[in-house]
Design a protein around this ligand. Structure first.
Ligand code: ADP
Length: 498
C-alpha cells in the first residue's frame, strides 16, 4: 500500500473512530461520508450510519419515553397529595406506557369518585355523630328529669345505670348504686295474690312485665310501686340486661282510694237524700191534700161568719197550703230525675212543639215569639229533655222585660258534643248570681214579683248532668240572658257500653 493510500486509510479510520466515539456519547449528528469506492470502509460506514440511525431513533424514543414516564411519575406524585385534576397523557403508540397512563387515568377517576363519596360519607358521618350526640343529650336529659326511677342492670342484676329520680326514690346516689346487686339494696315484695314467679314467667315469654309491687330500702318506707321491667338487648337482639322504670304510686293510690270512698259516700248520701225527698214529698202529699181541702172547706163555710182577721188567716192558710203543694210537687219531680229511664233517639223539633203546646196560653198572653233551627237528633231521655226546654222557655217568658219575649234556640256541634243556646231578651241576671241560680230553692226575686219555687234551674242542671253535659248562663242586666247547655253527641256508644 502506497503511503498516500495508507494516509487516506488512517484518515478514514480516524473518522470512523471519531464517529464511534460520538455514537458512544449518543451524538448521532454526524454521519460518515462514504467515499464512493464501494470498498470495505464504505460498507463499514454504511453499516455505522445505519447503526447511528437506529441508535438515533432509539434515543429519540428513549427521550420521549422518559418524558412520558416523567409525566406518569408527576401524576403519581399528584396522587400522593390526592390531586386527580391532571390526567396522564396518552400517545398514539398504544404501548405499555399508554396502557399505564390509561390505567392511571382510570384509577384517578375511580379514586376521585371514591374520595368524593368518602368525603360525602364522612360529612354524613359527622352529621350523624353530632345528631347522635344531641340525641344522647336529650335522652340523658329525659333519663334524669323524668319523675320515674329508671335503672338498668346486667343479666346478674348488677346495676349499670341509675337516674336522679332513682336517687331520690331509693335514697342511694348513682355512685352508691352502680355495681351493686339490685336486690341487695331494694327489697321487693309481690302484692298477693300475684307472685314473683308470675312476673318472671311473663318476662320470659313476653320480654316485658308491668305490674305493682311493694318496695322498700333501709332509708325508705314501704312504697307501692308501678313497675315496667323489660329486657335490654344488644344490636343482635340478644338480652344483655334489664331495664326497670318504677313509679311510686303510694300517694296516688291513697288519693284514688279516698276519692273512691268519698264518691261512694256521696252517691250513697245522694241516693238516700233522693229517697228521702221522694218518700217525704210523696207521703206529704196526702196529708197536705187533706189540709188544703179542709182549709178550703173552712173558707167556703165560714168565710162570712167570722171576722176580718179570721178571713185573712184562712186566706194565708189556703195560700200556704197550695204553695207547699207546688213545692212538694217540684221536689218530687227533682227526686225523680235520676230514676233511670232508657235513652232513645229524640227529635228535638217534636219535643219543642210539644213544649209550646203546653205553654200555649202563656205564649198567647205575653205575645212571645220562639224560634229555632237546625236542631239535631239527640240520644237522650225524651221526657227529661222536654222538661229542660219547658223550664228554660217558661223562665225566659216569666222573666221578660217590657218588650214581648223573643226566644231563639240554636245548636252547634263541637268535637263530640252539641252546644245548645237558649237566648232571651228578658230582664237579665247579674254576673255574681250566674252560679247561684242553679242551686235548688235559690231565687233572685220575691214570689210576689215573679212566682216560682226556685227549683226549675236545679232540675235543668240535674237533667243535663244525667246526659253528661254542662249548663251555664251568660247574661247582662237589662239585655237578656243566654242559657247554654251541652249534650254528648256520642252518648249512644257510651250508654251501650255501660
Ligand atoms: P224559679 O223560676 O222558680 O224562680 P228557677 O230555678 O227556674 O226558679 O230560677 C232561679 C232564678 O234564676 C229565678 O228566680 C230568676 O231570678 C233567675 N232566672 C232564671 N231564668 C231566668 C231568665 N231567663 N232571665 C232572668 N232571670 C232568670
Amino acid at each position: 500500500m502506497s503511503p498516500k493510500n495508507r494516509n487516506k486509510l488512517s484518515e478514514s479510520l480516524e473518522s470512523i473512530r471519531e464517529q464511534i466515539l460520538k455514537l458512544s456519547v449518543s451524538d448521532y449528528t454526524k454521519r460518515l461520508t462514504i467515499s464512493g469506492d464501494n470498498d470495505d470502509l464504505d460498507s463499514i460506514c454504511i453499516a455505522l450510519n445505519s447503526l447511528a440511525d437506529v441508535h438515533e431513533s432509539k434515543e429519540i424514543k428513549r427521550r420521549k419515553d422518559k418524558q412520558r414516564l416523567n409525566n406518569i411519575l408527576e401524576i403519581l406524585l399528584d396522587y400522593s397529595v390526592m390531586d386527580f385534576s391532571r390526567k396522564a397523557e396518552i400517545g398514539h403508540e398504544g404501548d405499555e406506557f399508554d396502557a399505564l397512563a390509561a390505567g392511571l387515568n382510570m384509577l384517578a377517576q375511580e379514586l376521585e369518585y371514591a374520595i368524593s363519596s368518602q368525603n360525602k360519607f364522612a360529612k354524613e358521618l359527622i352529621k350523624a355523630n353530632s345528631d347522635l350526640a344531641e340525641n344522647n343529650e336529650k335522652i340523658f336529659a329525659v333519663f334524669n328529669n323524668t319523675p320515674d326511677a329508671i335503672m338498668t342492670t346486667d343479666l346478674s342484676y348488677q346495676i349499670t345505670e341509675w337516674n336522679k329520680a332513682a336517687e331520690q326514690m331509693y335514697g342511694y346516689t348513682r355512685e352508691e348504686a352502680i355495681g351493686k346487686k339490685a336486690d341487695k339494696i331494694i327489697f321487693s315484695e309481690p302484692i298477693p295474690p300475684h307472685t314473683f314467679e308470675e312476673s318472671r314467667k311473663e318476662m320470659r315469654t313476653k320480654g316485658i312485665w308491668r305490674g305493682e309491687l311493694w318496695q322498700s330500702t333501709p332509708t325508705r318506707e314501704k312504697m307501692l310501686i308501678y313497675t315496667v321491667s323489660s329486657y335490654l338487648r344488644n344490636a343482635d337482639g340478644v338480652p344483655i340486661g334489664f331495664l326497670g322504670v318504677n313509679r311510686d304510686i303510694t300517694r296516688m293510690r291513697k288519693t284514688e282510694e279516698d276519692i273512691l270512698h268519698k264518691t261512694e259516700e256521696l252517691k250513697r248520701s245522694n241516693t238516700e237524700l233522693e229517697q228521702f225527698a221522694y218518700v217525704a214529698s210523696h207521703d206529704l202529699q196526702e196529708p197536705l191534700r187533706m189540709i188544703t181541702s179542709y182549709v178550703q172547706l173552712l173558707e167556703k163555710q165560714y168565710k162570712d161568719k167570722l171576722d176580718e182577721n179570721a178571713n185573712e188567716f184562712i186566706n194565708f192558710a189556703v195560700d200556704g197550703a197550695s204553695r207547699m203543694q207546688t213545692l212538694i210537687y217540684s221536689l218530687l219531680e227533682y227526686s225523680r230525675i235520676n230514676r233511670i229511664q232508657p235513652f232513645e233517639w229524640t227529635n228535638l223539633d217534636e219535643t219543642l212543639n210539644e213544649v209550646l203546646k203546653d205553654l200555649k196560653v202563656t205564649i198567647k198572653e205575653t205575645n212571645a215569639k220562639i224560634i229555632w233551627d237546625n236542631l239535631p237528633m239527640v240520644f237522650a231521655d225524651k221526657v227529661l229533655i222536654g222538661q229542660l226546654f219547658f223550664n228554660l222557655i217558661a223562665n225566659a217568658i216569666k222573666f221578660r222585660s217590657a218588650d214581648p219575649p223573643e226566644i231563639d234556640i240554636k245548636c252547634e256541634k263541637r268535637d263530640n258534643e252539641f252546644i245548645f243556646a237558649v237566648k232571651d231578651n228578658g230582664i237579665g241576671i247579674k254576673k255574681e248570681y250566674a252560679d247561684k241560680i242553679f242551686v235548688i230553692f235559690q231565687r233572685l226575686h220575691s214570689k210576689d214579683k215573679y212566682p216560682g219555687t226556685g227549683i226549675g234551674l236545679s232540675i235543668c242542671k240535674k237533667i243535663i248532668e244525667r246526659h253528661e253535659g254542662r249548663i251555664w248562663v251568660e247574661s247582662e242586666i237589662g239585655k237578656g240572658s243566654t242559657f247554654f247547655f251541652t249534650i254528648k253527641s256520642n252518648l249512644i256508644n257510651r250508654v251501650k257500653h255501660n
